[in-house]
Design a protein around this ligand. Structure first.
Ligand SMILES: [Zn+2]
Length: 198
């Protein structure tokens, strides 16, 4: 396809659909938050991740791998497994997909990078800013870049972000995440960051 950079094929992006893997002692799938439609966060995250990954492959030519594409019910799966997966795949970038579940009025799009105490990920911050700059807050009340101490962004050795793609209690937001323009802008924000870092 025209426009795809040959060199992007060598760049591996891990997309991590949040939840849907077992990490409690009852050996049950962690569903994440419950949306107003009755669908859980674990299902939204798989859907967004596969659409985002396809866009990154088709439009930009990146190599995309997923920590999961279905629910995983094996007992040993914990957050560390997601990080180990990223390292085992020799990934270059890591994106964890999540959704908020707040009261229905709230619907911000938030991108987090790792921060604790004096330390923070400069790459993660630039990565987060690039995504927020590319995603029009059409179906969101606002977009924010935030620092946080999340396990997956703290422990991965590559630039990493954790994205809360809005609030699944909010119908406008719920509609927005099914919009293809949202996925296209999200992917563009990722590509802008990667190209700028080269
Ligand atoms: Zn979550």
């Amino acid at each position: 396809m025209n426009g795809i950079k040959e060199s992007n094929k060598k760049i591996t992006i891990v997309i991590d659909p949040g939840h849907g893997a077992t990490y409690n002692k009852w050996n049950t799938v962690d569903p994440g938050a419950l949306g107003f439609t009755g669908k859980h966060e674990k299902d939204y995250t798989v859907d967004i991740s596969s659409r985002l990954g396809s866009e990154l492959e088709k439009t930009f030519g990146y190599n995309v791998v997923y920590t999961r594409q279905i629910d995983i019910t094996k007992k040993q799966k914990r957050l560390a497994w997601r990080v180990d997966f990223a390292h085992n795949k020799n990934s270059d970038y890591f994106i964890s997909i999540h959704l908020d579940s707040f009261s229905a009025e709230s619907n911000r799009f938030s991108v987090y990078y790792w921060f604790k105490g004096e330390n923070f990920s400069k790459e993660g911050k630039r990565f987060a800013e690039s995504v927020v700059n590319a995603v029009t807050p059409r179906g969101f009340s606002r977009s924010v870049v935030k620092s946080a101490n999340h396990y997956v962004t703290r422990n991965t050795r590559v630039p990493a972000i954790l994205v809360e793609c809005g609030n699944i209690q909010n119908p406008v937001n719920e509609n927005e995440i099914s919009n293809e323009r949202f996925i296209q802008e999200f992917a563009k924000g990722i590509d802008n960051y990667i190209q700028a870092e080269k």
